[in-house]
Design a protein around this ligand. Sequence first.
Ligand code: GTP
Length: 243
Amino acid sequence: GRQGCQIDFENVSFAYEGASGDPVLKNINFTCLPGETIGIIGSTGSGKSSLVSLIPRFYDTSAGTIRVDGVDIGKLDPAKLRDQIAIVPQKSILFSGTIEENLRWGNEHATLDEIMQAAKMAEAHGFITSFPEGYETMLGQRGVNLSGGQKQRLSIARALVRKPDVLILDDCTSALDTTTETNIKESLKSFASGVTCLLIAQRITSVMDADKIIVMDDGEIVGIGTHETLMKSCRVYVEIFQS
Ligand code: GTP
């Protein structure tokens, strides 16, 4: 079984190569303890996706250090690092094939039983089994048409099949109703021996029960704390809450 990792950002700045102007991330500092859920919220373009994309080293930092369990990720084997971390992207990437094949992608050794466990946690098992062909249902051009929310649940299930130490959900619950979203988060809490979870969201309700919430504005962290603390101390957070 896997355990959640600790993640530390220390004075991290980042600019996309060739991009002019201000860096996309400026002096980012935070710690995410093993098993914690961290919410990340902020207006569009504030740098949320860029921030999480640095953790599996999709990009390298321009300055500062990111540590996973105390080790500078620049010194870790990238393949091993990416094996520990699952990112569910904003836009679901499903291919033409069966649901089972789609969920197994990236983890070829997973058994059907493990795939079903993951689908149950992601609130996908119900709609999958409602199709006459269940997990054998074809997706893609000649297959069934899924709703945005169903696609999101399959993407989350695929990430869970990998039993990651760190699960990053990049604004991939936006098409889910609040009940489904809450049920998934409840399942995640009991998942393995505590995955570390970073959850980017647009809605305050998606992050308000996180252990900590990071508030991003224009590439900077303008608040870190619980919902209660931020409601008292962070203007940007209150503005998002009221919008
Ligand atoms: P939303 O996903 O819209 O909520 O935004 P976000 O908070 O996740 O911001 P994101 O990290 O996607 O973008 C931050 C800034 O980086 C924006 O100004 C983007 O235009 C810019 N940016 C994002 N991706 C790229 C990229 O691949 N190349 C370049 N040059 N700029 C990028």
